[in-house]
Ligand binder design. Structure first.
Ligand SMILES: *Cc1c(COP(=O)(O)O)cnc(C)c1O
Length: 386
């Protein structure tokens, strides 16, 4: 039996895989079972920040792997401590809780907000406001947070206490916050799964001001937008706001599972001993890899991300068969005249792997993709859109 046949028979049916088996890669190039070369414009859904088998990341991970691979959170290990310090120094946040995924990072963020509100205002202040079209994860609580009904239907009852309001409508959000006993507002600055939609600056600023004034916890979900993806270390930095909690995952680990909830001064001591935990969270191997990623997201490197972004927008905007281009940094959505699936298929035939988000083609290349490789992929995408 081929790998594809075994997978089809034994792996749960939750993923509609492309008919490609990836066997190796380096940087932004990957190779399938027939040796065909592809430019990877998805980077494992924004995970392999420095591409496949990046030398610096691999060295950091393997060095830690041969020292200590896991000790549990009962003991101190160096990579976990170093990564937490690095993240706090680069963001001004005060403490970090480590988890293994985006959904778990969000679970932590929500627990922090609810406990803060319960202690400050009373346990009935539990409502979390999120946006229509958002995506926050697949656990029953983060599904409840996700403002897309089609994910909810067959999994009721979800965790109560979540309400949704349209993006970019400040009045509606404030009204909802006043109608409910609100613990938190949770947003993605650029909605990823929702179709690579950047929130309006005025809206984000206004709700951040409102949250601060009302002592409502502002959670920014940076699972997809974080770790250099938008050309800033975290996307909220494009908006000039100061969130109370930042959740992140995907690109922070460079390819190993790692999530983090960054806690500001106001909430740094909300969680105490026994309030939350994770067996694998802060795993030394994952954290060693993450240190090697975050250390390299310097202002100079991030300005290169912005430069690549400008080049992609310039090449795609107004091109034949392309209705619009959205997003920020190297998180880019393309509204195509043809169905996105058709464009993806054509790109794959011509050696470029892309993603979709709703009805758009979505690009999340490795942040260090060389400009000439990026432009080669963009040409293939442009031709596929015609
Ligand atoms: C992917 C994603 C999640 C879920 O992350 P997992 O690691 O799959 O649990 C949550 N929020 C956003 C914005 C995401 O893009």
């Amino acid at each position: 039996m081929s790998v594809k046949q075994i997978d089809k028979e034994y792996v749960a049916n939750t993923y509609n895989r492309f008919d490609v088996q990836i066997v190796s890669g380096k940087g932004s190039l990957v190779y399938d079972e027939n040796g065909k070369r592809y430019i990877d414009m998805g980077s494992g859904i924004g995970v392999t920040s420095f591409g496949i088998a990046d030398d610096v990341w691999t060295a950091a991970v393997t060095a830690q792997l041969s020292q200590v691979q896991h000790m549990s959170n009962l003991y101190y290990t160096e990579p976990c401590a170093r990564l937490a310090k690095l993240l706090c120094e680069k963001t001004g946040m005060k403490k970090v809780f480590f988890a293994n995924s985006g959904a778990e990072a969000n679970e932590c963020a929500i627990k922090v907000a609810r406990k803060y509100a319960a202690e400050k205002k009373g346990a009935e202040y539990s409502t979390v406001i999120t946006l229509v079209n958002s995506f926050h994860g697949r656990t029953l609580t983060t599904l409840a947070a996700t403002g897309q009904d089609h994910f909810h239907k067959l999994f009721q009852p979800l965790t109560p206490g979540f309400v949704h309001t349209p993006a970019n409508d400040t009045e509606a959000l404030i009204k909802l916050a006043r109608e409910n006993k609100t613990a938190a507002i949770m947003i993605e600055c650029v909605q990823g799964e929702g179709g690579v939609m950047s929130l309006d600056k005025d809206f984000v600023k206004a709700i951040a001001d409102f949250a601060k004034k009302e002592d409502i916890i502002l959670i920014v979900d940076e699972v997809q937008t974080g770790n250099g993806r938008t050309g800033e270390l975290y996307a909220y930095m494009n908006y000039g706001i100061e969130p109370d909690v930042v959740s992140t995952a995907k690109g922070i680990g460079g390819g190993l599972p790692l999530g983090a909830a960054l806690l500001s001064d106001k909430v740094q001591n909300v969680l105490g001993y026994g309030d939350h935990g994770s067996t694998f969270g802060g795993n030394p191997v994952c954290c060693a890899g993450a240190v090697s990623i975050i250390e390299r997201l310097t202002p100079e490197f991030l300005s290169e991300v912005k430069e690549k972004s400008r080049a992609v927008f310039a090449a795609l905007e107004g091109a034949e068969g392309i209705d619009s281009v959205s997003g920020m940094g190297l998180m880019i959505g393309i509204k195509t005249a043809k169905p996105a699936g058709e464009v993806l298929k054509k790109c794959m035939e011509n050696g470029v792997l892309c993603l979709t988000a709703k009805d758009k083609v979505r690009l999340l290349p490795a942040l260090n993709i060389p400009m000439y490789v990026l432009m080669e992929a963009v040409e293939v995408i442009k031709n596929a859109c015609k």
